[in-house]
Design a protein around this ligand. Sequence first.
Ligand SMILES: CC(C)(COP(=O)(O)OP(=O)(O)OC[C@H]1O[C@@H](n2cnc3c(N)ncnc32)[C@H](O)[C@@H]1OP(=O)(O)O)[C@@H](O)C(=O)NCCC(=O)NCCS
Length: 169
Amino acid sequence: MTSTAQHSTAQHSTAQHSNRLQLRLARLDDAKVLLEWRNNSLTRQASHNTALISEDEHIQWLTSILENENRKLYVAEIDGEPAGTVRVDSEKYGFELSWTVSPMRRGSGIGKEMVSQLAKGISEPIRAEIKSGNVASIRIAEEAGMMFDREEDGVLYYHRDAIPQPMIT
Ligand SMILES: CC(C)(COP(=O)(O)OP(=O)(O)OC[C@H]1O[C@@H](n2cnc3c(N)ncnc32)[C@H](O)[C@@H]1OP(=O)(O)O)[C@@H](O)C(=O)NCCC(=O)NCCS
């Protein structure tokens, strides 16, 4: 993902939320709300690691992600309030996306909006791993242009190829 793409993504707003949904990079002072969302029972159920995360573990994880050039953590804000988060991990052939919406804000289209908005700013291939039965996340992946690839051990693999860039003449 180019820095230009990241910049334009962060500036972009969604039609559905009437210019209210904004993506920005996460900060250390997001730690509290991110931990609340991470330890929510539905989030744990949807995660590969279903364990409760301690505050220490979480701060260590957040600090390392903020320092890692190959991982970007975004916070989606609605009217300046954190409403969801998307992690973008750089891989050999593109990026893996994973997401969570604030438990208080689920079911109002935020997941679809924030992931689609980010995906639009990425021209490289993107993919997501979704536990079987996570219907809302399947819809989110599809809305972001990803297609079902395969299922292994109860995990659905979704993927979108690179988006061809116009030739500059
Ligand atoms: C999954 C999650 C991100 C969905 O976020 P959300 O903002 O509630 O989703 P949206 O409101 O954008 O809904 C997306 C679609 O799923 C549908 N949907 C939402 N909640 C649903 C539910 N509980 N059951 C079935 N469908 C649901 C919506 O109707 C919408 O479908 P549509 O495109 O046909 O209109 C949120 O529930 C969450 O954070 N869950 C815990 C963490 C998680 O599952 N992360 C993803 C790991 S891959």
